[in-house]
Design a protein around this ligand. Structure first.
Ligand code: KIV
Length: 272
């Protein structure tokens, strides 16, 4: 249950997140890019804090995440780490930084050793099984991002819901199981139909975080600037402006955390 008092809570670990899945307690997550917001997130009880390569779009103003470099990820992850005391800090491997197991390990080690990340998130789906096995066998916790993968936008021809056909849904179910078998510690599902996301969540033992994946996943993540109503362009359907009608950013973050914990967000209108 959401109490709103997180100042003295112990740091969140992967074990905490696993226990939350087992207990059916929703995991609250947001993206963060700097120390001040990271501290606000701790105060609001955000448990999984992602330095997403979405920073290429919302911070740097690019039209995709592809221009984001490892140096930029290191810079923002360090900043978030300085502001964060309790949340579990996750960093994205940006485009082109995990083409081989060795390169992925090098990038992940830098994000963990130099910037304080506790987990790495990577796109690429089933093709990344080898990378996932390589990283996790060497002590790097991995979240495998499936469904819509923004680093593949030019292959996909746009940002579209994934897994709509029976064949695509079956492939995604297999992909999820294969990535977990390879060692993935968590999954992130982006823009996936609610029923498919629910099936995947029930079929794997690891926590599953969703964005545009309905309410039956183990936790929710959104891009910080979307929930503050300052998206560049149109706010995505799966997001919600939690600052609207509230007096402060702290209130908006608490309202988001409460809505996720109590299963009020996402509603059907935010899902596919
Ligand atoms: O980069 C990012 O912020 C992400 C979220 C959309 C989950 O991957």
């Amino acid at each position: 249950m959401y109490s709103g008092d997180h100042a003295s809570a112990p740091p969140v670990t992967l074990d905490t997140l696993r226990r939350m899945k087992a207990a059916g307690e929703k995991i609250v997550s947001l993206t963060a890019y700097d120390a001040s917001f990271a501290a606000q997130m701790d105060a609001a009880g955000v448990e999984w804090v992602l330095v997403g390569d979405s920073l290429g779009m919302v911070i740097e103003g690019h039209d995709s995440t592809l221009p984001v470099t490892l140096e930029t990820m290191l810079h923002h992850t360090r900043a978030v780490a300085r502001g964060l005391r309790r949340g579990f800090l996750v960093a994205d491997l940006p485009f082109g930084t995990c083409n081989t197991p060795e390169q992925a390990m090098h990038s992940a080690v830098r994000l963990m050793q130099e910037a304080g990340a506790r987990m790495i998130k990577l796109e690429g789906g089933a093709l990344q099984r080898e990378l996932v096995a390589h990283l996790t066998a060497r002590g790097v916790p991995v979240c495998a991002h499936i469904g819509l993968q923004p680093q593949f936008v030019h292959k996909l021809g746009g940002y579209k819901v994934q897994g709509r056909s029976a064949a695509a849904a079956a492939a995604m179910r297999e992909e999820a199981v294969a990535l977990v078998a390879a060692g993935a510690d968590m999954l992130l599902l982006e823009c996936v139909p609610t029923t498919l996301a629910a099936e995947i969540t029930a079929s794997v033992p690891v926590p599953v975080i969703g964005i545009g994946a309905g309410a039956a996943v183990d936790g929710q993540v959104l891009v910080l600037y979307d929930i503050l109503g300052i998206s560049l362009g149109k706010r995505p359907r799966f997001s919600k402006d939690f600052l609207a009608g509230r007096g402060s950013i702290a209130d908006a973050l608490h309202a988001y955390a409460r809505a996720v914990k109590q299963g009020e967000f996402p509603a059907a209108e935010h899902s596919f």
